[in-house]
Design a protein around this ligand. Structure first.
Ligand code: ADP
Ligand code: MG
Length: 303
């Protein structure tokens, strides 16, 4: 169990994290979300032991995670961290980078693990390619595989798929998160992408104003976002009579007391997102077809 107790941290007196407490069980997937600059990366670094805390304690089971003041070599064998900026060895191959920290005294085991992890991150074809020739997204995948190589009990991932193109992202996400679940690896993921959370995370922690604004199940927060900050993470939304209403909760009807005027239609694939005006305020709703500017429509709020 990861147990974070009243963690407080500042960079040179500027507070970034104040009184952060949460727990994560073995195999649990916790997503840390928040706006850019809210402290997601800092929290992961602090959990890893990269900095000394101002206050508080972090434990993995009975082991306290200590910062550089009390721990000569940063990090612990049971925990791996994949930073937003990954540092790989450019002049050796993908396979060599992934196997780098595996014991060369067990060459068969090393080869087996390396092959398994190249499958997880879909880089088998690139096994013998030097890392310096890879794209940013491919390097990110090598960094992920290398972190998994030594079978950590807990992994900290900072925006793990941010450099990966949309063609690969979906399947890679499924592979990696499935791998972590199957191997009972606790995973703490900092992200601003709802796709990393919905369908994967067991819990979702929202950072705001240096604190944990909420810590709950993603489904609960999606259904009851309570604040615009939380709603904005999930998609376009409106505030109508003090209620948060997602764009897809507004339906076009023949007649109602919500009359909107269309400003613009955006093609979104299986629907159009319509931007309009409702009582002189911006409103967003979804429609199955495109509407031209100036069209007047009636809307109804559905659950
Ligand atoms: P996020 O990952 O959510 O975007 P960060 O953890 O990177 O946020 O940053 C949180 C805050 O701490 C920001 O205001 C940022 O400018 C500041 N910060 C980040 N790294 C450092 C550092 N090494 N020294 C001083 N301030 C930093
Ligand atoms: Mg960050």
């Amino acid at each position: 169990m990861l147990n974070v107790k009243n963690l407080t941290f500042s960079y040179n007196k500027t507070p970034v994290l104040t009184d952060i407490s949460f727990k994560a069980k073995p195999g649990e997937h916790v997503a840390i979300i928040g706006e850019s600059g809210s402290g997601k990366s800092t929290l992961l670094k602090v959990l890893y032991g990269e900095y000394d805390l101002d206050k508080g304690h972090t434990y993995w089971h009975d082991q306290e995670i200590l910062g550089p003041k009390h721990n000569l070599v940063v990090g612990y064998d049971f925990m791996k961290y994949v930073a937003q900026e990954f540092d790989l060895m450019p002049f050796i191959t993908v396979a060599e980078n992934i196997g780098k920290f595996l014991s060369r005294f067990y060459p068969e085991e090393k080869a087996r693990r390396t092959a398994e992890l190249m499958e997880v991150v879909e880089l088998t074809k690139f096994a013998n390619i030097k890392v310096k020739t890879l794209s940013g997204g491919q390097k990110q995948r090598v960094a992920l595989a290398r972190a998994l190589a030594k079978q950590p009990e807990i992994i900290l991932l900072d925006e793990p798929f941010s450099h990966i193109d949309n063609f690969k992202k979906q399947s890679l996400r499924r592979n990696v998160f499935k791998y972590l679940k199957n191997n009972n690896v606790t995973c703490i993921v900092a992200t601003h992408d709802k796709e990393d959370v919905l369908g994967f995370a067991d819990r979702m922690i929202v950072l705001n104003n240096n604190k944990i604004a909420v810590n709950n199940l993603p489904e609960t927060l999606y259904k009851n976002p309570n604040t615009p900050l939380i709603a904005s993470f999930f998609g376009e939304f409106n505030v109508i009579n003090d209620n948060i209403i997602y764009a897809n909760q507004l339906k076009i009807v023949k007649q109602s007391n919500l009359k909107a005027t269309v400003l613009c239609s955006y093609f979104k694939g299986h629907f159009y997102l319509i931007e309009g005006l409702l009582n002189n305020e911006k409103v967003f709703f979804e429609a199955s077809k495109k509407y031209t500017e100036g069209t007047e429509l009636f809307l109804k709020i559905i659950d």
